[in-house]
Design a protein around this ligand. Structure first.
Ligand SMILES: NC(=O)c1ccc[n+]([C@@H]2O[C@H](COP(=O)([O-])OP(=O)(O)OC[C@H]3O[C@@H](n4cnc5c(N)ncnc54)[C@H](O)[C@@H]3O)[C@@H](O)[C@H]2O)c1
Length: 227
């Protein structure tokens, strides 16, 4: 009997077996949870996610671009049909354009800023809206943030601004969803880990070499919200 036996929920953000979402999913599965996976539309992405999620008995594997309301709605319709209710939602989604991550921060373009905020921040609100009626009491929403929200981290650029907005979004969502549905909303600030996304951050390798002790110890801070 695992910690999550009898619980079921959805995972956004698996791109490959390095994804933090995948590590979270594996652990949830090991503890007995039933899982539904959203993946970026496209054959290659679907193949990659199926390869990982099918062997652990995923209940749903369905495309969803979080910038598209119709995709989010269709995804949760599938989840409702397969699971009816959910106990958790994992949001491990972020994106910033190459330009936004390689140029100096002050040069960030309007469209790059808008896109990064839409995918990395607003998506959490959009997912909570569409999942609202599926949540069981005491359900838990989890997103992932990073130190770059509260400190200057060279090269993290617009993503630092997104993470600051994400942490604030968590607090406001926690107040509303706690009040309306007794749903908890939290962010975990992960230490630096080599993934598809972090590979796009210039100087990320330097972060890893400069912080070996911190990486090993990986103290995670709670960015506010509900517990
Ligand atoms: N890797 C790190 O060092 C680190 C540290 C702290 C926080 N984080 C955060 O963890 C989360 C997961 O990132 P990761 O490092 O595992 O990288 P990753 O590349 O494996 O995951 C990012 C995911 O976002 C998804 N995504 C991007 N645009 C999308 C869209 N429009 N619709 C749906 N999905 C979309 C990608 O498909 C991918 O699965 C991110 O929020 C990231 O900022 C990562």
């Amino acid at each position: 009997m695992g910690l999550m036996t009898g619980k079921q929920g959805v995972i956004f953000g698996v791109a490959n077996d390095h994804s933090l979402a995948w590590h979270i999913a594996e652990r949830l599965h090991r503890e007995g949870a039933a899982l539904a996976f959203a993946h970026l539309p496209g054959e290659k992405m679907e193949r990659r996610v199926r390869m990982l999620a099918e062997p652990i008995g995923a209940k749903v594997i369905h495309p969803c671009d979080v910038t598209k309301d119709a995709d989010v709605e269709a995804f949760f319709a599938r989840v409702r049909a397969a699971l009816d209710k959910i106990d958790f939602l994992v949001h491990a989604v972020a994106f910033a354009s190459r330009d936004a991550l390689t140029n100096r921060f002050w040069q960030t373009g309007r469209e790059d800023f808008r896109q990064a905020m839409d995918i990395s921040v607003y998506s959490l609100i959009a997912l909570c809206q569409k999942a609202f009626h599926l949540f069981n009491d005491n359900a838990s929403v989890l997103t992932l943030t990073y130190l770059g929200a509260v400190k200057f981290v060279p090269g993290y650029n617009v993503m630092g601004v997104c993470k600051a907005a994400l942490e604030s979004t968590v607090r406001y969502l926690a107040a509303d969803l706690g009040d309306l549905r007794r749903v908890r909303v939290n962010a975990i600030s992960a230490g630096p880990v080599r993934t598809l996304s972090s590979a796009g951050i210039s100087g990320f390798d330097k972060v890893l070499t400069h912080l070996p002790d911190q990486v090993a110890a990986a103290p995670q801070h709670h960015a506010g919200g509900s517990r």
